[in-house]
Design a binder for this molecule. Structure first.
Ligand SMILES: Nc1ncnc2c1ncn2[C@@H]1O[C@H](COP(=O)(O)OP(=O)(O)O)[C@@H](O)[C@H]1O
Ligand SMILES: [Mg+2]
Length: 368
C-alpha cells in the first residue's frame, strides 16, 4: 500500500501543494516551523482521519481561510483509490472514490503507524502513554475494539459527572446501571489487551533480538488493580462490580473513578527487570522502537497489507547506529520521514527515495 500523490490546499501553512511520492521512502527536511510535520500530518489525516497532535478541525485550516481540501491517490493491493477530505467550520467530510464515506471506512481500509519523538518515551512516561500505545494498536487491527473503547469512555465520563454531583451521596441504582455496563466493557477491553499484548510480545521479542544481537529480551506484563491472577479473567465482571461498590467512598471523595482499564498499565521489562527503572535511556529508546515496529509488523500479519509508516522528527533523537537500524528494519512499505538535516548517509537505493526540502510551506524536490 502506498500514497502515489497528494494535493493540499490551505492545510495549516500549506497554501497549495502537489507532491508525487516515492513508493518507499519520502524524506522531508528543512528548518524548523517550515511545514514538514504539516505535510505528513495532511497525508496521515487522509488515511487515518485524525491528527496525532490536533483534535480541533479549525486549527488545521490556514489561518486566513475558512476551508481546506486534501486529495490523494492511494494504491492498495494493486487497486487505485482516490481519497479526499474537506475541512470547514468545525466539520470534516471524507470521500472515497468521490463518494462521501464515514471516517471509519477509511480507517479500516488504510493502515497508518505514526511515530513521533513522544513514542521514544513510551517506557519513561506515564501509564497513559502505554495505554494509548496498546489501544491504538488494537483499534487499528481490530475495529470493534475502538467502538467498545469509546463506549467505555463515554460511560466513564457520565459516571464521573455523577460522582461530582453533590446531591448524589450513596451508591444507588443509577451507579449500578452504569457499573454493570462498564463491567461488561471492562472484561472485553482487558481480554483484548491481554490477547494482543501476547502477540506484541512475540513479535517485539524477535525484532528486539535482532536489534540487540540477541542480548536483550523484552517482557510485557499487564497490570491491573481489578484482578491479581489472570485465571480470574472469566469472573472479572463480578469482581469489578463488587470492587466498584466497595470503592465508591473513595471515588466519591476524589470525585472520579479510580479503578478500571483507564488506570491500568503495562510493565515493560528488559531481561526480567523493569525497563523503566533499570534500562538506560538508549536502551529505553531501543525498546520503544522495537514496540513501534511491532505495531507495523502485527498490522501486516493480521491485515495482510503493509501499513504506511510516518516518522516525524524521530531520526534526530537517535544516534547514527539506531537511525540506520530503524531504517533497515522498515524493509517494506512506504515510509514518510521528517528531519531537520538532509539525509546524511544512506544505504538506500536512489530509486527508493524521494528527497524534499520544505521552505515556508512549499516543497522542492532535491537530488540525492
Ligand atoms: N492553521 C494554520 N494556519 C497557518 N499556519 C499554521 C497553522 N497551523 C500551524 N501553522 C504554522 O505551521 C508552522 C509549523 O509547521 P510544522 O509543520 O509543525 O513545522 P516543522 O517544519 O518544524 O515540522 C508554524 O510556522 C505555524 O505557525
Ligand atoms: Mg515538525
Amino acid at each position: 500500500m502506498y500514497v502515489e500523490s497528494v494535493e493540499i490546499r490551505n492545510f495549516r501553512n500549506l497554501r497549495q501543494l502537489e507532491i508525487c511520492f516515492n513508493k518507499r521512502y519520502n524524506y522531508f527536511y528543512g528548518k524548523n516551523a517550515q511545514g514538514k510535520t504539516n505535510i505528513i500530518e495532511a497525508v496521515s489525516y487522509l488515511l487515518s482521519t485524525k491528527s496525532h497532535r490536533e483534535t480541533a478541525v479549525a486549527n488545521l485550516i490556514h489561518y486566513d481561510d475558512t476551508a481546506s481540501v486534501v486529495m490523494g491517490q492511494v494504491i492498495r493491493k494493486g487497486v487505485r483509490d482516490s481519497v479526499s477530505f474537506t475541512l470547514g467550520e468545525d466539520k470534516k467530510v471524507f470521500y472515497l472514490n468521490r463518494q462521501k464515506v464515514l471516517p471509519s471506512v477509511l480507517v479500516e481500509r488504510f493502515g497508518v503507524v505514526f511515530f513521533d519523538p513522544e513514542d521514544l518515551r513510551l517506557i519513561k512516561d506515564g501509564p497513559d502513554k502505554r495505554r494509548r500505545y496498546i489501544d491504538q494498536l488494537i483499534s487499528n487491527i481490530h475495529p470493534p475494539y475502538r467502538k467498545a473503547y469509546r463506549q467505555y469512555h463515554h460511560l466513564l465520563k457520565q459516571r464521573n459527572a455523577l460522582l461530582k454531583d453533590p446531591s448524589v451521596k450513596e451508591y444507588g441504582e443509577l451507579f449500578y446501571i452504569f457499573d454493570k455496563q462498564l463491567a461488561g466493557l471492562t472484561k472485553y477491553i482487558i481480554q483484548k489487551r491481554l490477547r494482543y499484548l501476547k502477540e506484541i510480545q512475540t513479535v517485539a521479542q524477535k525484532i528486539h533480538e535482532g536489534i540487540t544481537d540477541e542480548k536483550e529480551r523484552i517482557g510485557l506484563k499487564y497490570q491491573t488493580n481489578i484482578i491479581d491472577e489472570y485465571e480470574k479473567i472469566k469472573d472479572i465482571e463480578k469482581i469489578y462490580l463488587t470492587l466498584l461498590k466497595q470503592n465508591f467512598v473513595y471515588d466519591k471523595e476524589r470525585r472520579t473513578s479510580l479503578l478500571g482499564p483507564h488506570t491500568d498499565d503495562i510493565l515493560i521489562e528488559v531481561n526480567e527487570k523493569s525497563a523503566r527503572r533499570f534500562a538506560s535511556q538508549g536502551q529505553q529508546k531501543t525498546v520503544s522502537i522495537s514496540l513501534k515496529l511491532s505495531e507495523v509488523e502485527l498490522y501486516r500479519i493480521q491485515k495482510n497489507v503493509q501499513p504506511i509508516v510516518f516518522l516525524d522528527d524521530v531520526m534526530s533523537e537517535l544516534d547514527e547506529k539506531r537511525r540506520r537500524r530503524l531504517l533497515s528494519l522498515l524493509k517494506e512499505g512506504q515510509v514518510f520521514i521528517t528531519a531537520t538535516d538532509k539525509i546524511d548517509q544512506s544505504d538506500i537505493d536512489k530509486d527508493e527515495i524521494a528527497l524534499f526540502e520544505v521552505i515556508d510551506g512549499s516543497v522542492v524536490q532535491m537530488d540525492i
